[in-house]
Design a binder for this molecule. Structure first.
Ligand code: FAD
Ligand code: SF4
Ligand code: SF4
Length: 608
């Protein structure tokens, strides 16, 4: 099939692109403003494919200054978007460890002792210190709280009503089509195959969609963007070594909860000092909350689910949450290298927007508005090129899109943030100091720290539990868990002093129940598995099996052959296994040995 423009993925970046472009394709009387090259006499044919089975897919708490979004919708009325509300109160809290199980460095322990010693003089409540000052770069005053799922759905519904562009959910894009170093479109995923991708009854090979311009908006771990990186490489000194998995819940707060709509709480310090948390309050006593587990967390026990529950149980949070109920749940990767993880933004026949293009700002903790804005910038560039009847060559896209982006706040703020978090490579305290320096000097100064690859962050289990659990016992626990076909983190955390989670069947539920209660996990038959272990022999020799520990959906479990077994009925497409795997791809040290392909299904909740 031939179209003029094909877009991969429907998140905020594609939302900004399609909304801005769609307005310039047709005159109010329905006649074309611009003409299609593939259907003469008609407006340009624009089609967007989204992997997930609805357009409201998304996993993100969202507090945003919404500058780009408001530029697109100058008369934006938040009450028109379900759950949206203006930001009212912001707090940053340092959470002390109330139970003594957290693994704290000497510097953090000293800080904790000082805070406790001066308790009488400090704003401490329920084992949490409210920081007296929020740096301007973190503040989101005048901003909005959004549910990403509801926002995407609101944007998507407007686009569908206007009808100038087409949205196709439930349609994963398998790969870019590349001819002579020019991207000429995309190929959709084969249907009617077994899990290994072999044709079965009803086999339909993925259709080729040829287009003059392919817009890649597939987010932090998108399969199409990754294939472009493999083919065209990254710009010099650019790499993606900083990641996080964000796990979140949307909850009904208890009736007597004192938190007002518009409240924004950001936390650090607990359950491990490396784990940051957030709670945003929407209208009608609904809240979005979650934590981030970063790639620089030097631990082989990287579990987001159990840590999220301990975070919720911290006395400061629990007094607001106790009695609440889970509405939805999810997890997703964040590409935290930001500007430094920027790939080639354009090439002949393609352009990249959104988080996969390095737009996320790790200093301001903001990705939605940046993604939206890069999409809108590309749309303006495309309109300019279409009006001038210029081809979508690398040169023309550089002049029209990249130049716009370089001249914008996304670029200038991305530059400030570029090295802001390097200090975290040496621990939390150094990281916070580095952020403060970069923020205060607008990025002119930063800590001179070499960025390690994720694989270099992993201490062995014995080293991590040194002094807490004897090595023989660690080995025995891991053996027992492997024999039972489960990950080991929960048993090891129990043994290291983390209390059992008091499941209440409403908010504190088992990981498996979260999969059932938190949204709908779908894994339609007829598609190949989207997680592949490229070098089984390397998995067999792997000491950490951290892909199993981090897995957000318990979709990866110890396999009988030594290679993890994958159950796509539980995979929520968070992408965390890919960058957590510490084993480098033999041909590319920046890649791991897990391949994350385009796939159907996943966990969807319109409220996330
Ligand atoms: C827990 C969490 C909390 C966050 N909190 C905030 C916050 O408070 N404020 C903020 O500004 N940002 C926040 N972010 C970051 C923000 O969500 C992202 O920066 C933003 O969603 C990026 O938008 P995007 O359009 O580039 O990518 P995405 O939102 O990732 O959208 C990409 C889309 O492409 C689809 N896709 C991928 N591959 C394919 C394929 N092969 N075929 C078809 N479709 C495909 C995906 O399904 C997805 O829908 C948070 C993120 C997380 C995980
Ligand atoms: S995918 Fe990576 S982490 Fe998982 S078993 Fe294989 S080598 Fe180990
Ligand atoms: S297997 Fe699926 S759910 Fe598990 S970490 Fe990988 S992408 Fe996430």
């Amino acid at each position: 099939m031939d179209v003029d423009i094909v877009c991969v993925g429907f998140g905020p970046a594609a939302g900004g692109f399609l909304t801005t472009l769609g307005r310039e394709l047709v005159n109010p009387d329905g006649t074309p403003k611009l003409e299609s090259a593939v259907v003469p006499g008609m407006p340009p044919q624009v089609i967007c494919y989204e992997r997930a089975d609805d357009i409201g897919f998304g996993v993100s708490g969202v507090v945003t200054r919404a500058r780009g979004i408001r530029q697109t919708f100058p008369d934006l009325d938040p009450s028109q978007i379900p759950l949206a509300t203006p930001v009212k109160h912001e707090k940053v809290l340092y959470l002390l460890d109330p139970i003594g199980a957290s693994r704290r460095s000497a510097a953090v322990r000293v800080a904790d002792k000082l805070i406790r010693a001066f308790k009488w003089a400090l704003p401490i409540e329920e084992e949490a210190l409210e920081l007296p000052y929020i740096p301007p770069y973190l503040r989101k005053e005048d901003g909005l709280l959004l549910s990403i799922g509801q926002f995407n759905q609101w944007v998507g519904s407007r686009l569908m009503t206007e009808g100038t562009v087409q949205l196709w959910p439930g349609t994963p894009v398998a790969k870019p089509l590349i001819e002579n170093d020019r991207v000429v479109g995309v190929r959709l995923l084969d249907q009617g195959t077994d899990k290994q991708g072999h044709p079965e009854a009803g086999y339909t090979p993925g259709m080729d969609i040829r287009a003059a311009l392919t817009v890649v908006a597939d987010g932090p771990v998108g399969a199409v963007g990754r294939q472009l990186d493999e083919r065209f490489g990254m710009p010099e000194d650019h790499h993606r070594r900083d990641w996080a998995v964000g796990m979140k819940m949307v909850v009904n707060l208890p009736e007597d909860c004192a938190l007002e709509p518009g409240t924004v709480l950001h936390t650090l310090g607990y359950p491990e000092p490396e784990i940051f948390g957030f709670l945003y309050v929407y209208p009608d006593r609904v809240a979005s909350l979650g934590i981030f587990v970063p790639s620089w967390f030097d631990s082989p026990i990287r579990t987001a689910y159990r840590y999220l529950q301990h975070w919720m149980l911290h006395p400061y949070m629990w007094r607001y949450l106790q009695g609440g109920t889970l509405r939805s749940w999810g997890a997703k990767t964040l590409q935290e290298s930001g500007r430094r993880g920027e790939p080639h933004l354009v090439g002949n026949g393609y352009a990249r927007i959104g988080e996969g293009s390095g737009s996320t700002n790790v200093l301001t903790g903001s990705g939605v508005d940046e993604a939206w804005t890069t999409g809108a910038q590309l749309a303006e560039a495309v309109i300019e090129l279409l009006k001038a009847r210029k081809a979508f060559t690398q040169e023309n896209l550089e002049a029209a899109y990249v130049k716009r982006r370089r001249g914008s706040w996304v670029e200038s703020e991305g530059r400030i943030a570029e090295k802001a978090r390097d200090g975290f490579q040496r621990g939390v305290m150094t990281g916070l100091i580095g952020m403060a320096i970069a923020g205060a000097t607008k990025g002119r100064l930063s800590l001179p720290v070499k960025l390690r690859e994720p694989s270099e962050h992993l201490p062995g289990f014995d080293a991590y539990y040194n002094g807490r659990i004897p090595p023989a016992e660690v080995a025995s626990i891991r053996r027992q868990c492997a024999a039972a076909g489960t990950s080991a983190h929960s048993a090891l955390m129990d043994r290291a002093g983390w209390p059992a989670i008091p499941h209440d069947g409403k908010l504190l539920v088992s990981h498996q129940d979260a999969l059932l209660m938190g949204g709908k996990v779908q894994a339609p038959a007829g598609y190949a598995d989207h997680i592949n272990f490229l070098y089984p022999q390397l998995c067999e020799a792997c000491g950490s099996r951290i892909c199993i520990e981090i897995c957000s959906g318990q979709a990866l479990t110890p396999g009988t052959s030594g290679v993890p077994s994958f159950d796509r009925e539980k995979c929520i497409h968070c992408g965390a296994c890919v960058w957590n795997c510490p084993t480098s791809h033999p041909e590319d040290p920046e890649r791991s040995v897990i391949e994350f392909c385009a796939g159907a299904g996943g966990l969807h909740s319109a409220e996330n």
